[in-house]
Design a protein around this ligand. Structure first.
Ligand SMILES: Nc1nc2c(ncn2[C@@H]2O[C@H](COP(=O)(O)OP(=O)(O)OP(=O)(O)O)[C@@H](O)[C@H]2O)c(=O)[nH]1
Ligand SMILES: [Mg+2]
Length: 434
């Protein structure tokens, strides 16, 4: 449950560029900044641990799958997450890098329990999420890819079932055959969150993104009852100018395709050779890389509910039983028209949202003027009456009454509505930029 006093999240553009941050400041200043970041990271980790709760015998950690295109930085992101919460040093849990033959590095789904910190005393009982590193997929998706992702998200694949093998199986079968073959759903394999990782330095895999979005929404396949919450991570920010128009457009498209709202987006750089060629990370962490990741994890783990081993839902550390039940009931309900409207609204980028709201403002103004102001006919009648009584004795006004002020009257009202709507649009843009 998001609380009001929450620190700014990664979605507030905690963009990581270690090189630019450090340039131009004296060693003393750097030390001060790093101490402050260390302190903030430590507080953020405490808060995260509080949100995840502890193992009370029946609760289980959240299962979070990390999906995306081959080479996007999924495994590096998982290692960065493990480093960020470790308060210790970086370790390569998920294998990363490029192979000489340019094939994918992660071939099978690798499960990284409790953010890889299970063996550390401090985290022994903390229910940090389990991250699942999924083999990279291509952007050349088809309906079989969507079906495969659905099987993965809703627990139809078994623990050690390689995703690519299932994909090959899927390719050979019709949709009916696939559903029959994978009809069983394993509660403990169901996915609680999806993190889509894409490289900010490359073209977005838009088809894969919309495929993941559809697979996670029951509205698209009608076989499951709840949507799996989707989060997005744009990696390799060290290679990108965050202020460039190209990047802003990319970020907008990324959010739009995945139906993301800002707190569900992380823009970051991972621990990697490009940022740290001498591999200092195995000795010492970088809190500037860690802090946004920990805050993003807070968003991922933010929940009024705990998931139990039996798949039941219990109130979490932050929520009441009533809230938990309400959330569960809401999730079970089939999506209503308001859900579709909300989804459609969230899929618009900020500029499009402003255009729509301004158009609505213009329309409402027009309607108010139509019903609240006297119509052209009424104005004509008043003038006519005054001409008859001699109150108005200007023949030009009285003679022109037949073609009357009707058209002009409407035109002026229309222009007033357009101007108001444009002013509102300008105001919204000004606020956004400010
Ligand atoms: N410059 C830079 N390089 C990165 C970043 N994240 C990952 N990389 C590099 O990108 C390459 C691929 O990273 P991986 O984490 O293996 O990518 P992946 O998505 O797991 O790839 P597959 O397992 O093959 O699907 C590696 O050489 C990483 O060092 C980043 O934030 N910045
Ligand atoms: Mg990988």
């Amino acid at each position: 449950m998001a609380s009001d006093d929450m620190e700014p999240t990664s979605g507030d553009f905690m963009v990581l560029d270690s090189t630019t941050d450090r340039e131009g400041s004296s060693p003393g200043e750097q030390f001060g900044v790093e101490r402050q970041l260390e302190h903030q990271r430590s507080e953020a980790i405490n808060r995260l641990c509080g949100m995840c709760g502890t193992d009370d015998g029946c609760a289980r950690p959240l299962r979070v799958v990390v999906v995306g295109k081959h080479g996007a930085g999924k495994s590096s992101f998982i290692d960065s997450v493990a480093a960020a919460v470790s308060e210790d040093k970086w370790h390569e849990y998920a294998n990363t890098g490029y192979r000489l033959d340019a094939g994918p590095i992660t071939i099978v789904n690798q499960r990284h329990p409790k953010c890889c910190n299970e063996d550390r005393d401090r985290y022994k009982s903390v229910l940090l999420p389990t991250l699942i590193d999924v083999a990279g997929l291509g952007d050349d998706v088809d309906d079989k890819t969507e079906e495969l992702l659905r099987l993965l998200f809703y627990g139809h694949l078994q623990e050690d079932e390689p995703i690519m093998q299932a994909y090959e199986e899927c390719k050979k079968c019709t949709q009916e055959e696939i559903r029959k073959k994978y009809s069983q759903s394993y509660t403990e394999m169901r996915v609680d969150r999806i993190i889509f990782v894409a490289s900010a330095a490359d073209n977005l895999p838009t088809r894969l993104m919309s495929c993941v979005y559809r697979a996670a929404q029951p509205a698209y396949h009608r076989t499951e009852r709840r949507a799996v919450p989707l989060f997005g991570v744009l990696t390799k920010m060290d290679k990108v100018d965050v202020h460039s128009v190209t990047f802003k457009e990319k970020k907008g498209n990324f959010m739009k395709e995945l139906g993301l709202i800002l707190p569900r987006l992380l823009i970051c750089s991972n621990y990697c050779d490009d940022l740290d060629p001498d591999c200092e990370r195995i000795e010492r962490l970088r809190p500037d890389l860690d802090l946004p990741i920990v805050r993003f994890l807070q968003q991922v783990c933010d929940n009024a509910r705990k998931v139990t081993k039996e798949g039941e839902v219990l109130p979490g550390s932050e929520g009441t039983r009533e809230e938990a039940e309400n959330a569960e009931n809401a999730a079970k309900q089939a999506p209503g028209p308001q859900d579709h409207i909300r989804q459609a609204w969230q899929s618009l980028d900020p500029m499009q949202q402003d255009v729509v709201t301004s158009a609505v403002v213009g329309l409402v103004t027009l309607l108010v003027m139509f019903f609240a102001l006297p119509s052209a006919g009424q104005v004509n009648a008043i003038i006519h009456e005054n001409c008859r009584n001699g109150v108005i004795d200007d023949p030009e006004v009285c003679d022109n009454l037949s073609h009357g002020p009707g058209f002009l009257h409407w035109l002026s009202q229309f222009f007033a509505a357009v101007i108001l709507s444009l002013m509102f649009f300008g105001y919204r843009q000004f606020i956004r930029r400010a």
